[in-house]
Design a protein. Sequence first.
Lengths: 74, 596
Amino acid sequence: MEIEVRYFATFRKNNINKETMIFIDEATVGDVLKQAGIEEKEVAILLVNGIKVNQIKKLSHGDIVSLFPPVGGG
Amino acid sequence: MFGYNGKVLRINLKTRQIATEALNMEDAEKFIGGRGLGTKMMMDEVDPQVDPLSPENKLLIVTGPMTGNPVATGGRYMVVTKSPLSGTIASSNSGGKWGAELKFAGFDVIIFEDKADSPVYLSIEDDKVELLPADDLWGTTVSNVTKKMQERHAKGCKVMTIGPAGENLSLIAAIMNDEDRAAGRSGVGAVMGSKNLKAIVVKGSGKPPVFDKDIINEMNKVQLAKIKANGVTGQGLPTYGTAVLVNILNELGSLPTNNFQLSQFAAADDIGGEKLAENYLIKNTACYRCPIACGRYVRIGDQEGGGPEYETLWAFGSDCGINDLDAIIKANHWCNEMGLDTISAGSTIAAAIELKEKGYIKEDELDGLKLEFGNGTDIIEWTKRMGYRQGLGNKMAEGSYRLAESYGVPEFSMTVKKLELPAYDPRGVQGQGLQYATTNRGGCHVRGYLISPEVLGMPEQLDRFATEGKETWTKIFQDLTAVIDSLGVCLFTSFALGAPDYADMYNAISGTHHTAESILQVGERIWNIEKMFNLKAGILPDQDTLPERLLHEPIAEGPSKGWVHKLDEMLPKYYEVRGWSAEGMPTEEKLKELGL
């Protein structure tokens, strides 16, 4: 299955805003983080299809994972 | 009490009389300073039913006990008056370095009364205070006034001024200081313009007295460590400023787009904080004693200056369907030059575009300019026209409510109490919506930033769609924010600090004996006196509401799809937790409990 991973703020390395990850079997958000080389504690806002989740959330084909470090303001 | 100078400067612009009075320390104890003390003084001195642009309205510049003192972000001041835009109490907050300088000059408050016969500006150099002619400044832009004042007056002087928008009584005019910092909201610039007062230049050489330097040093060590360790104040805001929120709200499906007709913007990344940092940012800028430095200093072509905040990127960007960051940065620059509130200005353009698309505004009103979602070509020209009140800009200068009302369709104005809503679609953040509906100055996010728990997860993560318990969160955030705004520090510190820290801060500087509980009660007192001003001004609880679109039109697509705002469920609980009547009026018991 294909998952779109979107990187924001300091998670953008080498100008990569987003990428597609392919998983043969079932995958969780934790698997995405592992593949991205990001630790869960670094992530402040973790979204799947715009809804806040944690790393045990199981993913489905076509899901969009959005990753933000601690940022904010107003 | 320490931290204050104990002095009020009273200026009668008509008689040109300048008087110094003692600050009422009993009131300072009950209302702290800034927003709270300013509202108390307005209640005592001004009929809440006054015409806001008449000589009978007063313009108050009020610092807090932290302003100019050695605490993190201790440089903020408030402009307090009656708003010509909303008819409510107006308290417009600004940072930069001007507020601290007023304290160094030996004053806490300036009260402007009546109206000058011809344009004037006020010069303060410690105790030398003069009203001087401003005929040569009238009609000129903010950077011009600032430069002229700095050439003419003492080295290091700080300048507050209105631009053409304030002079032309635009109801969305700001008061600017240090060139690009704004007391932005509620049309306070028009009140200054109505008094023929162009600028206030100030230079001071003193320091306000403080309670205990050792206690202050210890307190600062603890609080600065908290600010540095917090992800938002220590890393996020310094790196990206507020602009980073564009992508967050867009990913959540709560970034208002095309005048709140949509809640996601396909080109959000083009106008986000990441792009701003990558292509335009030269350096961060900081207000007085600020360890966060969220300000953006940007370059575009050969022009350098203050860059857009999140709210501006949204108002001129997604709310107008525009992804042209060059055009947005230039529109921001012209808002600063004209002295316009960027939220109200961008949102008014967005409303005008919808009115044009739906056939209310006719082609022959446009003087050949474009007014289309997604077309950034003419937003700079529209900004200037609002400032100068030219063509359709004359109607737009009144804000989106009066603009839409003039075509018989006020429902296309995305406002609460006629003040334009900020950049969070409340259908996707229910607590923030309750906050918008109940805020004493109208559609405002910085009277209780529920985005912090509902989106950013601080101090804890709340379900953004839930309504349960949000009335209590809203009340606490509103009361605490009233304290912060009255102390004279920046609201952004509240990502890292809580009520006990603000009590510590006040105690260390002023020698008070506050606890978290007692300081929150001061906040509640301030909230209630603001409400009382509004009620006396005729702003009744039927105005505690949201635009029809947000209450009845579900979000069409994206992660917040299907949601409307559930204000009907939330408002009665909010009134109850405030201890008000079911009709939304403060009760005798509540007012007595708060010493009002």
